[in-house]
Design a protein around this ligand. Structure first.
Ligand code: F3S
Length: 288
């Protein structure tokens, strides 16, 4: 029997890098004379296990600038979503050291927005208002940026038609929806430049899961019960493979594999830590 683990299972590049940055800082501070406290600006990832493990190592989650005013000076790690320019400056002004783990794909958007807004273009961000990544992007524009996620939002835009606009996107926005909204903006007689800043990590994970599930006799999807991207993976896999399991950890896995099973596929959602994936993988390899 073969076990095939999706290469794209679990953390994407940006999240992996951010989590590793925190562990690197823990090691660095252990060796330093000063031993500065370490904070993350918001939870580094939406995974309780990872966050509580970091807590055990002394890392505290800071929710906002107000909270930061009342803590000992230390290292503030910026998570992969990034933050706005003003918050960045405020953290440093308070005397903390900012360690920037913003995903380079998100940082690229910050740079585009800063440059284009400086050249007097209006910035339109296609994304979900209120999402931390979008709020961060907005804060790199020299003037107020516009956030749109629907046709209604475009109708409400208050931008003179002779203005040039620069369109960027939240990295996790749906590509087809992005294209539709860009078309509407183009047809609204706006003079637009479009930078597609959608990251394909999610799409790649879904495509690979689908390919493996189509070949597998049994498919295992690992991820949090409330994780929407894991649920989506489960839906995709279930369509291809009727014997698909959705588990959070190895404890949930009650596998009974008939002798006829030739291929077991494994994938995992974006916030599933590698150790859980490894545990499941080696269990299946050892026991069947
Ligand atoms: Fe992940 Fe960065 Fe893409 S955080 S989803 S690799 S934009």
């Amino acid at each position: 029997m073969e076990v095939r683990l999706a290469k794209s299972a679990g953390f994407c590049f940006g999240v992996k890098r951010a989590v590793e940055t925190v562990y690197e800082q823990i090691e660095k501070q252990k060796l330093s004379v000063q031993k500065l406290p370490i904070y993350t600006y918001g939870p580094i990832i939406h995974n309780e296990q990872v966050v509580s493990n970091l807590e055990k190592n002394g890392v505290r989650v800071i929710e906002d600038l107000e909270q930061l005013k009342n803590v000992e000076k230390g290292i503030i790690i910026i998570r992969s979503h990034g933050i706005d320019k003003a918050t960045f400056a405020a953290i440093e002004e308070m005397g903390h050291i900012c360690v920037d783990a913003t995903c380079p794909f998100v940082k690229r958007i910050h740079n585009i927005v800063e440059k284009e807004s400086r050249q007097r273009k209006e910035i339109v961000i296609i994304g979900n208002p209120g999402h931390p990544e979008v709020e961060g992007i907005k804060g790199w524009s020299e003037k107020t940026a516009h956030i749109v996620e629907s046709e209604e939002d475009i109708k409400k835009l208050d931008i003179p038609k002779d203005k040039e606009i620069c369109i960027v996107s939240q990295t996790t926005f749906n590509y087809n929806k992005f294209q539709d909204l860009v078309e509407i903006l183009k047809n609204s007689s706006y003079n637009v430049i479009v930078v597609n800043t959608i990251c394909n990590a999610t799409e790649e994970r879904q495509t690979e899961a689908k390919e493996i599930a189509a070949l597998a006799d049994v498919m295992i999807v690992i991820g949090g019960a409330h994780s929407s991207n894991t649920r989506k993976l489960y839906e995709i896999c279930s369509k291809e493979c009727s014997d698909t399991y959705f588990i959070q950890t190895l404890d949930d896995l009650h596998l009974e594999l008939p002798k006829s099973v030739r291929l077991v596929g494994i994938t995992a959602g974006a916030s599933t830590p590698n150790n859980i994936i490894e545990e499941v993988q080696s269990y299946v390899r050892r026991n069947f």
